[in-house]
Design a protein. Sequence first.
Lengths: 118, 118
Amino acid sequence: GAGVSQSPRYKVAKRGQDVALRCDPISGHVSLFWYQQALGQGPEFLTYFQNEAQLDKSGLPSDRFFAERPEGSVSTLKIQRTQQEDSAVYLCASSLTWYGGRDNQPQHFGDGTRLSIL
Amino acid sequence: SQQGEEDPQALSIQEGENATMNCSYKTSINNLQWYRQNSGRGLVHLILIRSNEREKHSGRLRVTLDTSKKSSSLLITASRAADTASYFCATAASLANAGGTSYGKLTFGQGTILTVHP
């Protein structure tokens, strides 16, 4: 595809409900990242996939957060038993390679899913 | 947690003026990147500067990096109303600080909101 696509763009849920957020990365991109962005702040890392392998989930706030990328392309971020503090914009980004040295590839971001928990 | 501190938090200028934003970080890095975010949209990669580089140019953008001071600056020359956006610096940790692996995980600053008045 032309860019990273995220759906839905907006999601409103009641506290306690489960939500699933989808990310379609750029075709062929090896690396996929999820970030959480609170209002007025920069994005904060949640988790990283290299193809289908979840190599880093150190940023997931709690065990209510779960992410998968079963076939190494589309990824889903699931939040169970949502809480009001989960309200934020969730951004997905992909990059061409896995290499993270000085010459690592820039990340391409989707427009995010704005999640509001009532 | 955010690694970077950006200064100023907000900047308001007239079209044609130059805009300078600063970023400081805490750990050793492989590279530093600048991203732009328009309201309600994802982040767009602007420029990457490696840890062994001191200055880099791209069009109207000029980035400097001082690893001894752990700081970077972004200069936008001859600003336009279309440059109005939030600007974020992001660092990719060096191998030693990335737990032995490095895949381009980014740590973002809190951002500078730039407003360019026509």
